[in-house]
Design a protein around this ligand. Structure first.
Ligand code: KIV
Ligand code: NA
Length: 279
């Protein structure tokens, strides 16, 4: 398929065709998302939890993000790739943010970057977009700011906070963001923001009125052990954990019972050669 570019995203938006986005954190997860026809692949800092086993996203380093971004870039032939700037790599100043964004493109081989924050990040977004690097903004529930938000909570539930979200969305648009992620925002609020904007909104837990949707791949695949908390917005489209566990258990059983490997999985040599060898 033809590689998705920023122009493709804009044309999907103009045609009112929903934009599809999913996270990936390594070569195989990007490979399958790309083959499935996703418009955009996000190397989210959620990889801290889903790939590195960290407690939250605040721990992941730029170097770690870059390693994963490179592997995703190698697998992605069609989708437009976006790399998340990790906490600590962009808040200090617009210059620090631009340096990090450049690393995301040059070393991480991403096509665009994502960063969290609204109006207060407008100068930063402007600085990065002016350098020719597309920026995906991210407002609403911003997980890197969970300590300031008091945890993972729905944003924009009061009139004042809904107005603040709209203000943030307009500010990041004005600053040059090519799209904005709305996370954990009531559907009516996200729909209204989408109508007010001239750039696409990418929803996660923001209802059906957004210009596109994004989900964390391991969540939507069901690739996690039973009992894990899942946010309300996650739809489980697969049972990858169960399937992988079943297969590994069967392998284990067959090794223990010597059912595996059979002749079909074994390399033969001629009896003649073996006879010589045996002597
Ligand atoms: O890190 C991530 O995966 C994200 C998406 C959930 C938007 O930021
Ligand atoms: Na993220």
């Amino acid at each position: 398929r033809k590689p998705v570019t920023i122009t493709t995203i804009q044309s999907l938006y103009r045609k009112n065709e929903p934009i599809t986005m999913i996270t990936a954190h390594d070569f195989p997860s990007a490979h399958v998302a790309d083959h499935a026809g996703m418009d955009m692949i996000l190397v989210g800092d959620s990889l801290a939890m889903v790939a590195l086993g960290m407690e939250d996203t605040s721990e992941v380093l730029m170097e770690e993000m870059l390693l994963h971004c490179k592997s995703v870039a190698r697998a992605t032939k069609g989708a437009f790739t976006v790399g998340d700037l990790p906490m600590g790599s962009y808040e200090v100043s617009p210059s620090q943010a631009l340096e990090s964004a450049i690393r995301m493109i040059k070393t991480g081989r991403m096509k665009a970057i994502k960063l969290e924050g609204g109006k207060e990040m407008a100068p930063t977004i402007a600085k990065i977009t002016c350098a020719g690097i597309p920026v995906l903004a991210h407002i609403g529930l911003t997980p890197q700011r969970q300590n300031a938000l008091g945890g993972f909570r729905v944003q924009g539930k009061s009139t004042a906070s809904a107005l603040k979200l709209l203000e943030d969305a307009l500010a990041v648009q004005e600053a040059g963001a090519f799209a904005v992620v709305l996370e954990a925002v009531p559907a009516q609020v996200a729909t209204l923001i989408t109508k007010e904007l001239g750039i696409p909104t990418i929803g996660i837990g923001a209802g059906n009125g957004c210009s596109g949707q994004v989900l964390v791949q391991v969540d939507m695949l069901g690739n996690f052990p039973p009992g894990r908390f899942l946010p309300r917005f996650v739809k489980r489209y697969g049972n990858v954990w169960d399937e992988a566990k079943r297969a590994i258990e069967q392998y284990r059983t067959e090794v223990k019972s010597r059912e595996y490997p059979t002749m079909e999985h074994t390399y033969p040599i001629t009896q003649e050669v073996f006879g010589e060898f045996e002597k």
